[in-house]
Design a protein around this ligand. Structure first.
Ligand code: F6P
Length: 341
C-alpha cells in the first residue's frame, strides 16, 4: 500500500514530527510506502511529489516548518480540481492520503472524502481553533514564544513607564492571546470573540499606572473595537477567502496615547510565533498524531481526523471537525477579569 502525505495552510512547529511518526510506523510496522506531495493541495493537484521514506525523515523531529512545503491552494476553486487530484493519485499509485492541516486544508479533505477519495486528517494550527480536538500541535510553541515576549516587554515598559502593546496571531480565536497573556501577567487581553470598549481599555491602562506599574496589553490580530471593523494589512484574500490581518496593535497604541496621554509602543510578533523548533509538548503531540493517523489508514478509517481528548488520541469525523471553529468561551475569558487593569 502507498500513502500520500501533505501539509497545507500556514506552517506550524511539529509538522515534521507528524511526518516522521507516520513514516516510521507505516514503514516499520505496516510495510507501507509513502509519497510526499509538495506544498499542500497543490501537490496532488499538479502532481508534484518528493520522495518520502525513513532516510528523508531522519533528523527532522526538532526542525520547524515542513519538509513537504505548504501552501493555501484550494483545489475546490480550481477547474476540475477534484478530477485532477483523483487522476494524479491514480498515476502515482497512491491508495490513501494523510492530510495535515487546519480548518481549510481539512475542509478540502472532508469534501474529497465525499467524492470517494480516501483521506485521514491530522489537525494542525498554532491558533488552536480547530473543533474536535482539545489541542492542536504548534499552539504550545506559539504560546511559549509569546509568553517570553510578554516577560521581556514588562521590564522595558517599566523602565520607561510606557504602555506596551503586543499583537499576537489569532484570526478568529484568541487562544494564543489568552494563554500567553495570562502566563505573562498582562493587564489587558483582547480577543476576536469579544469586541472591546476602547474607553475601558484606557481605564485599565490608567489604573495600572496609578499603582506604579506599566501596562502590558496583549491583543489578538483579529480583535475588534465595539465600533469599527477588523484592521486589515491590505485588501488581498487567499484562496480560502481569508483577509490578511495585522494592524490592530498599532491602532490600539495610537488610540491609547491619544486618549490617555501616556506613551505607547507596539510589538507585532507575527511569524516568529510559527517559526523554529517545536516545544517538547508539540513534538510529543505531533508524534502521537502521526502514529495514530497511520493506524487510522490501516483500519480504513477514512473521513476521520485524529484528535486529542484529555490524554487520549481519538478519531472524529472530518466533517464534524471542520463544521465550526473552537473559540474562547465567555466563561473562560471572564475567569481572568481580576487581572485586568
Ligand atoms: O492560520 C494560522 C495563522 O498563523 C493565523 O494565525 C494568521 O492569521 C495566518 O496564519 C497568517 O497567514 P500567512 O502566513 O499566510 O500570512
Amino acid at each position: 500500500m502507498r500513502i500520500g502525505v501533505l501539509t497545507g495552510g500556514g506552517d506550524c512547529p511539529g509538522l515534521n514530527a507528524v511526518i516522521r511518526g507516520i513514516v516510521r510506523k507505516g514503514t516499520q510496522v505496516y510495510d507501507y510506502e509513502f509519497t510526499g506531495f509538495r506544498d499542500g493541495w497543490r501537490g496532488p493537484l499538479e502532481n508534484t511529489v518528493t520522495q518520502l521514506g525513513i532516510a528523508e525523515v531522519r533528523g527532522i523531529l526538532p526542525r520547524g516548518g515542513t519538509i513537504l512545503g505548504s501552501s493555501r491552494t484550494n483545489p475546490l476553486r480550481e477547474v476540475d480540481g477534484v478530477r485532477r487530484i483523483k487522476e494524479n493519485l491514480a498515476k502515482r499509485e497512491v491508495d490513501a492520503l494523510i492530510a495535515i492541516g487546519g480548518e481549510d486544508t481539512l475542509g478540502v479533505a472532508a469534501a474529497l472524502v465525499e467524492e470517494g477519495v480516501p483521506v485521514v486528517g491530522v489537525p494542525k494550527t498554532i491558533d488552536n481553533d480547530l473543533a474536535g480536538t482539545d489541542y492542536t500541535f504548534g499552539f504550545d510553541t506559539a504560546v511559549g514564544i509569546a509568553t517570553e515576549a510578554v516577560d521581556r516587554l514588562h521590564t522595558t515598559a517599566e523602565s520607561h513607564r510606557r504602555v506596551l502593546v503586543i499583537e499576537v496571531m489569532g484570526r478568529h480565536a484568541g487562544w494564543i492571546a489568552v494563554h500567553s497573556g495570562i502566563a505573562g501577567g498582562a493587564n489587558v487581553i483582547l480577543i476576536p470573540e469579544r469586541r472591546f470598549d476602547i474607553g475601558q481599555v484606557c481605564a485599565w491602562v490608567e489604573q495600572r499606572f496609578r499603582i506604579n506599574y506599566a501596562p502590558i496589553v496583549v491583543v489578538a490580530e483579529g480583535a475588534m473595537p465595539l465600533e469599527g471593523q477588523m484592521v486589515l494589512k491590505d485588501q488581498s484574500r487567499d484562496a480560502f477567502g481569508h483577509v490578511r490581518l495585522s494592524g490592530i496593535g498599532e491602532w490600539l497604541a495610537a488610540e491609547i496615547e491619544h486618549r490617555t496621554g501616556q506613551e505607547a509602543r507596539t510589538t507585532v510578533l507575527g511569524h516568529l510565533q510559527r517559526g523554529g523548533t517545536p516545544s517538547a509538548f508539540d513534538r510529543w503531540l505531533a508524534t502521537r498524531f502521526g502514529l495514530h493517523a497511520v493506524d487510522a489508514v490501516h483500519e480504513g478509517a477514512f473521513g476521520q481526523m485524529v484528535a486529542l481528548r484529555g490524554t487520549d488520541i481519538v478519531r472524529v469525523p472530518l466533517a464534524e471537525a471542520t463544521a465550526s471553529i473552537k473559540t474562547v468561551s465567555p466563561e473562560l475569558y471572564e475567569e481572568f477579569d481580576v487581572f485586568f487593569g
